[in-house]
Design a protein around this ligand. Structure first.
Ligand code: BGP
Length: 496
């Protein structure tokens, strides 16, 4: 079995990580715009608004806002037939709670999508990719507030109506399940705009926010199908399979429970109701959640058409792990014994177990465990569970690139990573019969890292001349992986 004839070969980015122009064209500040750069294992800081003198890497990013026409030509040269990006919510509703949208922002995406289509590139759009208007955080507390449902639905309705003849593929919330790590400040802030206070029961707040997001997503799916019945609207899950560290039954059960805590979001998105294991968990924890009958009916009516997911790495888990077992991939462990890097966070929802190093796989410089077989495993897991089309909307290798004196960049390590993952994805199609819509490697043009705010953690096939301190010409150039990916696309995945 080969890939679909109309397979979507593309590349993925998010508005806040490449556009820049953070206050151009009437745009308001988003959560990404108040986050400073981190580096060397230190997390990005969430500041209280924008503070003079601090480095906010998303403000300029790679200036795609002003350079998109030339960039689109380069994307067409690369051979992409689709381009996954997001619509920055704050270009359309600068504060998030206005009644009328910002026409200049709408016009920007009209022009961008026209340019995509003129280059034979289909836009694939994420509605919310860590870009909530910051005003919704300060004024409403982010998605802890039910009002956010209406604000998000209004934003989605405006853009879906406006671009209904230009965009067919949509996703609601990027990596909605990353906020499951509720004891960290970062993931719940980026996804739901949650800033915790000392009196918060963080876990309950996270579940409440996630519920409102899922209701908002379901309403948008239903509305989107009314706006244009041809729309295909998906969810977006951060998929990192969690293997039992050994075949000890307790490890096996720990892995099952960890998968439930991390992937229940997909159950609600796809099946339209809460799974039994989660209802049992809510009862056991005695959470007090605002979930109404209307909400439950909205969830039922707004099941997604496909499952978009990111895949970078796998995890392993051990029952009764002690501090010394815990993931120690990059050498940067915080005072609680937890690895700081986004890729291997403490799994706060695990009661008696924890993530441990998997000796069978290697890790990247940022501690992300490289495991192509895990991609096939993930696709198989999703497909046998849901029988819905899958779309790999992120996959890639973050690395430091060396520019040779002649300007060339020999990123064979990136080619190796991508090649192994594309082989694994083809295996899932051939051996498990998975219906796969497309593949859009992450950050195919270098951009600002979401987790660290760095430029030096690069995923691109297209190099962008800019360093961590913000110096550089912003010129674009091709790495070795550019020609390689071009051939892969041209042969519909046959030439690897
Ligand atoms: C995902 C996000 C992306 C992207 C990617 C790589 O979590 O959806 O926005 O950034 O991971 O992560 P990082 O930039 O931290 O290397």
């Amino acid at each position: 079995m080969t890939l679909r004839k109309d397979f979507l070969w593309g590349g993925a980015v998010a508005a806040h990580q490449l556009e820049g122009g953070w206050n151009a064209g009437g745009k308001g500040p988003s959560v990404a715009d108040v986050m400073t750069a981190g580096a060397n294992g230190v997390e990005r800081q969430i500041t209280d608004g924008v503070i003079d003198g601090l480095n906010y890497p998303n403000h300029e990013a790679i200036d795609f806002y002003h350079r998109y026409k030339e960039d689109l030509k380069l994307f067409a040269d690369l051979g992409l037939n689709c381009f996954r990006t997001s619509i920055a919510w704050t270009r359309i509703f600068p504060k998030g709670d206005e009644l009328e949208p910002n026409e200049e922002g709408l016009q920007f995406y009209d022009d961008l999508f026209d340019e995509c289509l003129a280059n034979g590139i289909e836009p694939v759009i994420t509605l919310s990719h860590f870009e909530m208007p910051y005003h919704l955080v300060t004024e409403y507390g982010g998605f802890r507030n039910r009002k956010l449902i209406d604000f998000f639905v209004r934003f989605a309705e405006v853009v879906m109506k406006r671009y209904k003849n230009k965009v067919k593929y949509w996703m609601t919330f990027n990596e909605i399940n990353n906020q499951a790590n509720f004891n960290r400040d970062f993931a719940p802030f980026t996804n739901s705009g949650l800033k915790f206070t000392d009196s918060d029961n963080r876990e309950q707040v996270m579940y409440q926010a996630a519920h409102y997001e899922l209701v908002a997503s379901a309403k948008v799916v239903e509305l989107g199908h009314q706006i244009n019945p041809d729309f295909e609207i998906g969810c977006m899950i951060a998929m990192c399979p969690i293997y039992p560290a050994t075949c000890k039954p307790e490890d096996m059960m720990a892995a099952t429970v960890a998968m439930q805590r991390r992937y229940w979001f997909a159950d609600v998105h796809v099946r339209g109701h809460y799974p039994a294991y989660l209802k049992a968990y809510f009862n056991r924890k005695k959470f007090n959640l605002d979930i109404t009958d209307e909400d439950l009916s909205a969830l039922e009516k707004g099941c997604v058409d496909y499952i978009g997911f990111s895949y970078y790495m796998s995890f392993a888990i051990k029952d009764q792990a002690d501090q010394t077992d815990r993931v120690h991939l990059h050498g940067d462990i915080d005072e609680h014994g937890y690895q700081r890097e986004l890729g291997a966070p403490a799994f706060d929802y695990l009661e008696d177990s924890d993530l441990v190093k998997n000796d069978y796989v290697k890790a990247s410089e940022w501690g992300w465990q490289i495991d192509p077989m895990g991609l096939r495993w993930s696709m198989s897991w999703f497909y046998e569970r849901y029988e819905k089309p899958l779309f790999i909307v992120e996959n890639g290798f973050g690395a430091v690139d060396e520019v040779e004196p002649d300007g060339s960049i020999h990123d064979q390590y990136r080619i190796d990573y991508l090649e192994a993952h594309i082989k694994a994805m083809k295996d899932a199609v051939e051996f498990e019969g998975v219906d796969l819509m497309g593949y859009t490697p992450w950050g195919f043009i270098d951009l600002v890292s979401a987790g660290t705010g760095e430029m030096k953690k690069r995923y691109g096939m297209i190099y962008v001349d800019k360093d961590n301190e913000g110096n550089g010409t912003l010129d674009r150039s091709e790495k070795d992986s550019f020609a390689w990916y071009h051939d892969v696309i041209k042969s519909n995945g046959e030439n690897l």
